[in-house]
Design a protein around this ligand. Structure first.
Ligand code: PLP
Length: 378
């Protein structure tokens, strides 16, 4: 028998969550890039993309993933969120008809000099304060003018990514800054909204980026870029968001108890003896550790389900095992089912307890964990 740990991807949840995003943006002239970078947030791009095929396009980072989607039959748009990494990537962009972010001067120069079969669709990335990728907002007009002159560029969309849409919730200044710098640009398309913006800042995708000059919404198109929502988790870790929106978790992680121990008062658990029992206590040992992608720094008290009962982890997470309190689960025994996260235990709650975000837990699911893909809701 293999180790009892396994992950399940609920394919219909992806389809459902995309529909919820669609409902939410449907009152606007918005199209949807479903973000499937990092192997579809750890869910397995090759297996899951068909359950998101009602999307208008897929956004990702790696050319190999774009080629995979094309070879598996996806014909609609694909956006390279970090653009191209080397000039020679333009050959594949041309061949596979990919849309590319352009965030740097060298990329514009490469486009100026390239010999392509046909012009490419471009997203001009503006830096609105994240200070990772993008042209300074103040140069938006100048960059637009330059890009407009480039014969290899077909259509230009203005794009930016907010640093604080999920965290302190205030992006007004950043957004105003973008608008001010874009007001003289005759763009008919923008893309500013990740999940947090879709959820909490709808004005960003319901009005044109160059608002002050061009109020004609009917000709304006916004491409929203949901990622984490599609997988049924919240950008700010608050599980209420998911409930309010009716999003469904796309991934669950299960294992089993390998052993049961009865501690005496004063006994300790795991490396470093971080947990010490004050009284006699039954504990279970779960076949799941940090080498499976469970966060090593999850402290004592991280929520976990044993036979459907909510309990907590105890002591340090090891490479292949972790310990759980069985006080509330007297019937639990070797072979009892453990849910690390999933339909009955939100991944957001586990991430929160471990001081991280659901994104990291999903992406960190390790290659040694077998994944099954199921098409129904449960
Ligand atoms: C990852 C990413 C997204 C999706 O973000 P979520 O918070 O998962 O919705 C959107 N835009 C860009 C540029 C990204 O890199």
């Amino acid at each position: 028998m293999p180790r009892p740990i396994s992950a399940t991807v609920h394919l219909s949840a992806l389809h459902h969550n995309l529909k919820r995003v669609r409902d939410r943006v449907s009152c606007t002239n918005s199209k949807i890039w479903s973000v499937v970078k990092a192997n579809a947030y750890g869910h397995g791009l090759a297996h899951v993309w068909r359950y998101l095929e009602k999307t208008d396009g897929f956004a990702l980072l790696d050319l190999n993933d774009a080629v995979l989607l094309r070879e598996q039959g996806w014909q609609k748009p694909i956006l390279l969120l970090e653009g191209f990494f080397k000039t020679e990537d333009l050959t594949l962009i041309d061949h596979y008809n990919l849309t590319t972010v352009v965030h740097s001067d060298w990329q514009l120069a490469a486009l100026e000099n390239a010999k392509l079969k046909k012009p490419v669709e471009v997203y001009l990335k503006l830096n609105s304060g994240m200070n990772r990728l993008g042209f300074p907002c103040e140069e938006a007009h100048k960059i637009w003018q330059r890009a407009k002159q480039i014969a290899n560029i077909k259509h230009i969309t203005l794009m930016s990514h907010f640093a604080n849409a999920a965290h302190n919730g205030n992006i007004d200044n950043e957004y105003r800054f973008i608008q001010q710098n874009c007001q003289s640009i005759p763009a008919d398309c923008s893309s500013l909204a990740n999940s947090a913006v879709i959820l909490w800042h709808p004005s960003v995708y319901t009005s044109p980026i160059n608002n002050l000059l061009n109020n004609n919404l009917s000709h304006f198109c916004h491409w929203v870029r949901p990622g984490i929502m599609l997988y049924g988790a919240s950008p700010n870790g608050q599980v209420q968001t998911i409930k309010d929106l009716g999003l469904r978790p796309a991934m669950s992680l299960h294992s089993e108890l390998l052993a049961v121990q009865t501690l005496k008062a004063g006994d300790t658990v795991g490396y470093g003896s971080h947990y010490r029992a004050n009284e006699p206590q039954r504990i279970g040992i779960v076949a799941c550790g940090y080498a499976d992608g469970y966060p090593r720094n999850a402290p004592t008290g991280t929520p976990i389900l044993v036979e459907g009962v909510l309990t907590k982890t105890l002591g340090a997470v090891s490479m292949d095992m972790l310990a759980v309190d069985l006080t509330l689960c007297p019937h639990a025994q070797v072979g009892s089912i453990v849910e690390l996260w999933g339909n009955h235990l939100p991944i957001d709650n586990v991430a929160m307890a471990a001081g991280t975000i659901s994104y990291e837990l999903m992406c960190a699911l390790s290659a040694r964990v077998p994944v099954s893909f199921i098409a129904d809701g449960e």
